[in-house]
Structure formats: C-alpha cells, structure tokens
Design a protein around this ligand. Sequence first.
Ligand code: SAM
Length: 320
Amino acid sequence: MGMPEILASLKAAGETTRLRLLALCAQSELTVSELTRVLGQSQPRVSRHLKLLCDAGLLDRAREGSSVFYGLAQRGDGAHIARALLALLPRDDSLFMRDRQRLSSVAEERRESAAHYFRENAEKWDAVRSLYVDEAEVERALLGLVKVSEGAELVDVGTGTGRMLNVLAPKVRHAVGVDLSREMLAVARANLERAGLGNCVVRQADMYNLPFAPASFDIATIHQVLHFADRPADVVAEAARVLKPGGQMLIVDFAPHDLEYLRAEHAHRRLGFSDSQVRDWCQGAKLDLVETARLDGDPLTVCIWQARAMDAAHRVEKAA
Ligand SMILES: C[S@@+](CC[C@H](N)C(=O)[O-])C[C@H]1O[C@@H](n2cnc3c(N)ncnc32)[C@H](O)[C@@H]1O
C-alpha cells in the first residue's frame, strides 16, 4: 500500500461518527437502518459516512435483496488498517460504550422477533422446510458425504426439531444437538424418543458459545441455520473450535437467492451464501473447504459445503 492510500484510509477513519461506525461494524454486519438507530443520526448522513468508509476499503458492503449489510473489511490493506485502529480505541470510552449498549438492544429486538417466529413455528417447522427443497434428497446427499469413524461423536448446531440427529445419529456413537429455543428442543426430544435414538442428547445453548471443550467432536453439522445468523462466520468458527483436528464440518444452506419474502415472513436474515463467502469463513476458522455439492431446486438451490479441520502441522503450513 502506498502513502496516498494509507493517508486516504486514515482520513476516512479520522472522524468521530466514522470511527463509531467502524467499531459497530466490527461487532456484527449491520444494515444502514440499524446503524441509523444506534447512532441517532439521519439515514442520508449515515449512508454518506458508510460510503466513505467503503471507498477507503475499511468496510465491506454486501447487498442482499433490498438490504445492504456493512461489515469490517475482510481483505486488503484497508482491513489491516481498520483492525489496527480499532485495537487502539479505548473500550471504556463513554461514546463507544453507549453505542455498544444501543447496538445490543437493537440486536435483542431482532433476536426476539426471530425467537418469536421459532416459538410460533416450532411444531410446524418440518412442514415449513419442505416448502424449499426436497429434504429427502439433501439427507441422502449428507449420508453419502459424512465420514464415519469408530466411536465418532457428532454435534449438530442449531438442531431445531433434531432432524439431522434423526438422520445421522444412527451412523455415530454419540450425537449432541444444540439449540437456543426450548420449544424447538421440546419437539426434538419428542422426535428422538419416537425414533428410539438413545445415543442422542439435545442441549439448550447458544451457537456462538458452545458449552464444549475444544476438539470434542469428529463431525459438526450446521443445517439451515446460518441464514438466520447475525454473524455466520462466528458460528462456523465456534463449531470449528469444538472439532478435532481432521474433523469434518458439513454446512448446509441456500445458494444466493432473491426471495425477499423469506426475510419478511420467515425471519431469514441472509438470502443465501456464495462459495467465496463460505471459503472465507472456513479459512478464518482454520478449516479447509474440501468440496461443495449443489442440489438445484426451484426456486432455491441447497449447497452442502464440506470442510475439514486442519491439524496443527497443516495450520502452520497454511499460515507460512
Ligand atoms: C431453520 S431452523 C433449522 C433447524 C435444523 N438444523 C433443521 O435443519 O431442521 C434454525 C434453528 O437455529 C436455531 N437458532 C437460532 N439462533 C440460535 C443460536 N444463537 N444458538 C442456537 N440455536 C439457534 C433456531 O432456534 C432454530 O431451531
């Protein structure tokens, strides 16, 4: 990076609102209306600041249907400068502290509306899913991909009604499903009991903070969960943390689409994911993206991204 570019980045960041925006977007990817609410400034003003930060390479901008998400830049010199500046910010500065508090209430409202949706839909979820693609086909593909070893342990992140456990638990020694929603877990427990799957348990826990030690599992599945997540990269990283070296991760979600009504009516936060997004998250989580399977449907395509947790030697080699 040359001196003019460094100066341009510093100039872009060198203003109070823009520093606040950088700090907020470092917490999670946010829309302009969420940022406007946190900052208490007009939308055109916030948009102008965001544009300057994006132009300087400090923020990434991702359009999804009618929403645009802003997050800290993932690549390039701007990404390094943004992180270096953020590391210097005092955590106890009153302005930044107030922004963090407001952000957490905005996020809480969003979580509550998703939780409400899940509460309302717990019983009906299996039916809702079948609107998207033929689940039997996805499940067959998953069964073909899952690598089972002697005594394998599986964790299913965002297990919902426990469908993945029903499908995959017969192949492993022990399986744990994790979900935040008690209602979903109640349905999952009923389903597991009905299937007589005594080698499974479900736990109420947050996918951003799994209650397991590092390297606890051989297989992690994240099935149709990430499009509800505020911070999908963090969900992948947390699941990777609990995978043993060489362990397998299977992420199932939609390819990018433009069915905006899924956001409004079904609480989807993201309209699918591209291979390059998933590759970036895997890289950040020390996973090798091994293969992507695509199951074309109408109108939605389901992708199965298969990744492997790097072993220590491989991590060093990749970092070098
Ligand atoms: C669409 S459902 C998918 C459920 C299941 N994996 C399946 O495919 O049937 C998404 C699930 O993610 C769960 N979830 C959302 N946020 C979560 C969080 N922070 N921690 C754990 N689970 C969460 C929801 O409660 C819901 O059960």
